[in-house]
Design a protein around this ligand. Structure first.
Ligand code: CO
Length: 222
């Protein structure tokens, strides 16, 4: 590593620590009890499942504060029922924190979705992207009719988000929670990173009515 690169890396690293000190000072200047209050516990009403992309941070795009949104992020906001990490976050937020809204937030310009549309190999991540290729296969009849590459990718971003909403609804976690309470909704949103605006895909679910006979589980038997 050259000295220049070392200095550059060091600068980025030091900036983070400096940024933290600025953050703490700013919070304390407006509310001296800010961190004491935060330390006393959390009661977020929202679980956000978004993409790891550095341009779509949950709090900033929704203008919310620490303590308001429980967050899980992975590449291309995929919700697979064999992912223990996602399931643990979902179970904890639904059954312990009792969140009222679970939001899957995709975004236009998603590199994971774009990669899934290509035939290129990227390495280990190809296994993760397979889930998005499966979404493409499910909706190929619609997607293949879109000739504009950008529009086709944007549509797959939307369809991927919608499929992940349904994937969440199919879990025993969500379906058993719906049996116990009627204040839990699962939503699908897309962030347009070109404008910063959120778009509600209008696929919100609050019961298992539309999941079909093999996915709507008998929640009386546990
Ligand atoms: Co992305």
């Amino acid at each position: 590593m050259t000295e220049d690169i070392k200095n550059e890396t060091n600068h980025t690293y030091q900036q983070l620590l400096e940024g933290n000190r600025t953050f703490v000072a700013e919070q304390l200047s407006t509310d001296p009890d800010y961190f004491t209050t935060l330390a006393s516990g959390q009661k977020p009403e929202v679980l956000w499942i978004g993409c790891s992309d550095s341009r779509v941070p949950a709090n900033q795009v929704t203008n919310t504060k620490p303590g308001e949104v429980f967050v899980h992020r992975n590449i291309a906001n995929v919700c697979v029922h064999s992912d223990m990490n996602m399931l643990s976050v979902l179970d904890y937020s639904v059954n312990v924190l009792k969140v009222k809204h679970v939001i899957v937030a995709g975004h236009y310009g998603c590199g994971g979705v774009a990669a899934a549309m290509s035939n290129k190999q990227y390495g280990l991540i190809d296994n993760w992207l397979r889930h998005i290729k499966d979404v493409y296969r499910l909706h190929a009849h619609e997607l293949d009719l879109i000739t504009d590459d950008q529009k086709r990718t944007d549509r797959l971003v939307e369809l991927n988000t919608i499929e992940q909403v349904f994937n969440l609804c199919k879990t025993t976690i969500i379906q058993n929670a719906w049996k116990e309470r009627d204040d839990l909704q699962v939503h699908g949103w897309v962030i347009d990173i070109r404008t910063g605006l959120l778009k509600d895909l209008k696929v919100s679910c609050s019961n298992s009515d539309n999941l079909g006979k093999v996915f709507a589980l008998d929640t009386s038997v546990k």
